[in-house]
Structures are given as C-alpha cells and as structure tokens.
Write a protein that binds this ligand. Structure first.
Ligand code: SAH
Ligand code: SF4
Ligand code: F3S
Length: 506
C-alpha cells in the first residue's frame, strides 16, 4: 500500500476509535486520555542504570539536532534531558533549522492557542522536509499524549517521522533509531506513567540557573486542566536524589535552582516509607551552598505550616511565592474544583506574609470560565487589588477535550472574555508599575544573568523576588550576585547602579 492508499484507508474507517496498527511496521502505541485519567496503586520503581546503548552512541555522528520547546518549565527541562540523550548518541546541537538532521518539537497542550502554534510550526516544516528528505522530525511533549493530536498528524502531516510522549523520553534512542532507519512513522505514546528514570544524560541550557524536578504528574484534576492527563499521576523523586542533584549544581557554580513540579506542595505524599514533605526538603536544601532556591508551582490547598516555617528561615530560600489563584469567586473556584475559597486563599497569603514580611506574590488567573458572570469576574478584580500581586499570568479559558469543564455549556461570548482579559491586564500592569515606584533609592540583591535585551552595554539580572533590573557593570559580574541601588522605575523593570553590599535594603 502506498501513502495515499493508507491515508484513504484510515479516513474510511467508520468506527470512532480508529485503529491504525495494521498500517505500521514499527511500534504503534497511540495515547488514550481515558486510560490517562486512571490512577492506580502500582508502585513506582526508580531506575539508576539508564544509559544510551553502545550500538546507538554513534548514530548521530556528524549530524545535528534542534529542539523547539513550547509550554512550561517542565517542558524546558525535559528538552534538556532530550538534548543530553541526543548528545550521548553523538549528535551536536544547532540553532539553525536548515542545518538540522533531527528536529524535535516539544509541545504544550494547555490551551488551544498553544496547540495552534505547534500545528503552524509543523506546517512550516513540510517545505524543509521536501528540500531535505533525510530530515527526521519528531513531535513529543504534552500534545502527543492526546489521541486527537496523534490522529491529526497521522492524517494530515505525513512529514512527521516520530511521535512520543512525556512518559517515555528515556526511550528516545530506540525510537529515533527506528525513525531514522525504518520506513514508517514511529508512534509510541504511553498513556500511563512509567517508572522514574534517574541519571538521564542532561544538557542544561544555562550555567547560572538550573531546574531540578522534584516530582512528576498531577492528581488535582482541576476541571479545566489537561495536565493530569498528559503528565500522569503524582510521583515524587527520592529526597536523597534531589539533594545530590542540587549539590552537584552548587559544585558546578550554579547560582540559582528552581525546584519543579506541577503541584510541588504535594511533594512526598506518595513516598510510602517516609513521612517527608516539601518543607522537609527545603529545610535540607537551605543548607546547601547555592545562593538562591525557588520552587514552582504551588497549589494553595497543600501549602502547609511547616513549609511556611522553613521559608521564614530565609537565607537562600527566596521570599517569592507563585500562588496561582485562578479566580476570586467562590462559585467559580468550586466549578474549577480548586478546593479552596477566596477567603481561605487570602488567609493563607496573610499567614505567609506574617511569617515572611517582605514576601512577594505572583499568580495565574483564568478569565471567562464557562458562564462566568460580570459580578464573578469583578470578584477576581477585587481579589487582585487586595492581594497586590507583583505580577500575574492571565489567560482566557480554553476548553480542553476530555476535561469536565469542556462539557459545560458556556454562555459568555469570546468578545466579552477578551474585554475582561484586557481589563484584568490593565489592573495587573498598574499594580506592577505602582510596586516598582517604591524601589528608587533602595538597594537590592541582583543575580546578574547577562546582557540586557536592548543594549549589550547594559547588564540585566533579577532580584530575589524576580524583578528585572538593568544596570551598567563589568561583564565579569555575569553569574554573580551583586548589589544595585535603584535609580528609576519602569512598568516592567528597574534601572540602577552597582553599589557596595553594605547598603542593602532588600
Ligand atoms: N500546575 C500549575 C500550573 C499549570 S498550567 C498550577 O496548578 O498552578 C499553568 C496555568 O495555565 C494554570 O495555572 C492556569 O491558570 C492556566 N490554565 C490551565 N488550563 C487552562 C485552560 N484550559 N484554559 C486557560 N488557562 C488554563
Ligand atoms: Fe492543572 Fe490543577 Fe494540576 Fe495545576 S493543580 S496542573 S491547574 S490540574
Ligand atoms: Fe503545557 Fe504540558 Fe506544561 S500542557 S503547561 S507543557 S505540563
């Protein structure tokens, strides 16, 4: 059967659930969101013996790869693992698309516009593939976990050679080998999470700031969210493995780490043999000689007193808390299944402020959840004012197939949602600008990250609360912590001049 006939066969199938297996010589394991929803009790094993098999270490000799990453920090970090694996297979990295022999698109499924961007990119790559038929294009990440996406690629994007998901990144050597040497598209997506694979080779993007996964998956099932389906059940790494990784980064000169998880406050709950949570982990990491430690993302519901106590010890634990609220209205919060109220959220924030007086808060907000009324939206606006967030990521609700909210009827026109988003953004910006106005004259601690975007003569870095600061200083300060006296406040950033540490205010 040729490609056209195969496509015709697939399209002709009258059953809703299409079975493509007969058309594929190699592994064909498509995803199922239904399977992904299940949460089993099976034990998660940890493997410490991962390596790229010897016979695959030369596959990439004289060849180059490029990874395009969409989505959250988790995806950024997964891409670092994939880059590490590809380098271990002999590939070199390139930033030029025309030079690449392998292109991986690490995708995000969180909102429809994230998915549209990826399909746009897949479309663009068609021409490149025609010019260079030897090019291997892979799609991975959260979108691969959705059967609708895999079906669409099979039907309309035959230029793709490989599809794998978030649970089988460690299978990349084998899968890529099959994609390079086989004739058919390789599809291997695991709907259920597998074991934890430690010691994957890793090519970190920067030398100053590093990501450290502390857990995988999410069991919160907020009704709008696709992540529990694309990332599987909550699984925590062992504390000793995390601590060893942080120590390793500290030894290698890293200045800042961010502990990563979809819901880091649930860390440790699945570790059956020890009673150990995020507070305990942070208390250990606090003692490691690395200037700054952040964590993301917190779920307000699991934020416990022990963690607050530990964060209040300060030191390298920065006083910045990203605490997604999503909505300021209790009925909407209930429909979202966030399992906290506006009042309990504010109470938690106040408790944190009391323990850590100069704590800064940022958040995530969704506007236009199904049937959100004007009054309910106003509750979000008043909450934002009450909380005085430093900044906020704001989104228009996007229905995700397979989630409970996607089945809710929605009487709010898109135009109304867009207007609400604009109003919310104006408020968030106003608050951020106002906060910045308090800074001139103060001295802040800044981790110097590199040249500023606009002017290579000016350097930029971030405060402990993640504010962007621009200043003139020798390039040798890049990757160090310095002190900057703020001279001017802008909406999004602060300008200042370097001073001696004795004058620090914040
Ligand atoms: N695990 C994190 C973040 C998950 S995704 C948390 O729980 O906070 C990041 C943000 O995307 C969410 O906080 C939410 O504000 C937004 N988001 C998730 N699903 C969405 C959807 N279907 N439509 C619009 N925004 C969404
Ligand atoms: Fe999604 Fe909620 Fe889990 Fe965050 S906590 S990843 S919003 S389901
Ligand atoms: Fe997107 Fe997946 Fe992250 S859906 S936000 S890349 S967990």
């Amino acid at each position: 059967m040729n490609e056209e006939q195969k496509k015709a066969q697939i399209n002709k199938s009258s059953t809703g659930e299409k079975d493509y297996s007969q058309y594929f010589e190699t592994t064909y394991t498509p995803p199922s969101l239904k399977q992904a929803k299940k949460r089993g009790k099976e034990n998660i094993e940890i493997h410490y013996d991962f390596d790229v098999p010897e016979d695959m270490q030369q596959i990439g000799k004289d060849k180059k790869f490029l990874i395009r990453t969409y989505g959250c920090q988790m995806n950024e970090h997964d891409s670092e693992n994939m880059a590490g694996i590809l380098m271990r297979m002999g590939f070199e990295s390139t930033a030029a698309v025309e030079e690449a022999d392998v292109i991986l698109i690490n995708t995000c499924a969180i909102r429809e516009n994230a998915e549209n961007k990826v399909f746009g990119e897949i479309g663009h790559l068609k021409a490149l593939k025609q010019e260079n038929p030897g090019l291997v294009i892979g799609v991975c990440g959260c979108m691969s976990q959705e059967e609708s996406v895999v079906n669409r690629i099979l039907q309309k994007h035959q230029q793709i050679d490989l599809i794998f998901g978030t649970h089988n990144i460690h299978r990349l050597p084998e899968l890529l080998k099959n994609a390079i040497f086989g004739k058919e598209m390789v599809v291997e997506v695991w709907s259920k999470e597998g074991d934890i694979i430690e010691n994957m080779p890793r090519a970190r993007k920067g030398k100053i700031k590093g990501w450290v996964n502390i857990m995988y998956g999410c069991d919160k099932f907020c009704t709008y969210c696709i992540v529990p389906y694309t990332r599987g059940k909550e699984r925590s790494r062992r504390p000793e493995d995390i601590i060893e990784e942080v120590r390793h980064l500290a030894r290698n000169g890293y200045q800042e780490i961010t502990l990563l998880g979809q819901n880091v406050n649930a860390y440790g709950k699945d570790l059956a043999d020890i009673d150990y949570g995020l507070g305990d982990l942070m208390d250990e990491i606090r003692k490691i000689d690395i200037p700054r430690v952040r964590f993301t993302t917190s779920h307000p519901r699991d934020f416990d007193d022990h963690l607050i106590e530990v964060l209040a010890k300060g030191g390298n634990l920065v006083e910045h808390i990203h605490l997604p609220v999503q909505s300021g209205n209790n009925d909407i919060l209930k429909l979202m299944a966030r399992k906290y109220t506006r009042e309990s959220y504010v109470e938690l924030a106040n408790k944190i402020k009391k323990a850590i007086p100069n704590a800064s808060f940022t958040t995530d907000i969704i506007v236009g959840f199904p049937n959100e009324t004007e009054e309910q939206f106003e509750d979000t606006m008043t909450l934002v004012k009450e909380m005085e967030y430093d900044s906020a990521f704001t989104y228009i609700y996007s229905p995700r197939d397979g989630t409970p909210a996607a089945k809710m009827e929605d009487n709010v026109p898109h135009e109304v949602k867009k207007k609400r988003l604009a109003r919310l953004n104006a408020l968030v910006n106003e608050l951020s600008a106002e906060k910045n106005k308090e800074y001139p004259g103060k001295t802040v601690e800044v981790l110097v990250e590199g040249e500023s975007k606009k002017d290579p003569e000016v350097l930029s870095g971030r405060t402990r609360t993640n504010r962007l600061v621009n200043f003139r200083a020798p390039k040798s300060t890049i990757g160090t912590v310095i002190y900057v006296k703020i001279t001017e406040a802008k909406t999004w950033s602060l300008n200042g001049e370097v001073v001696e540490p004795a004058e620090v205010n914040i």
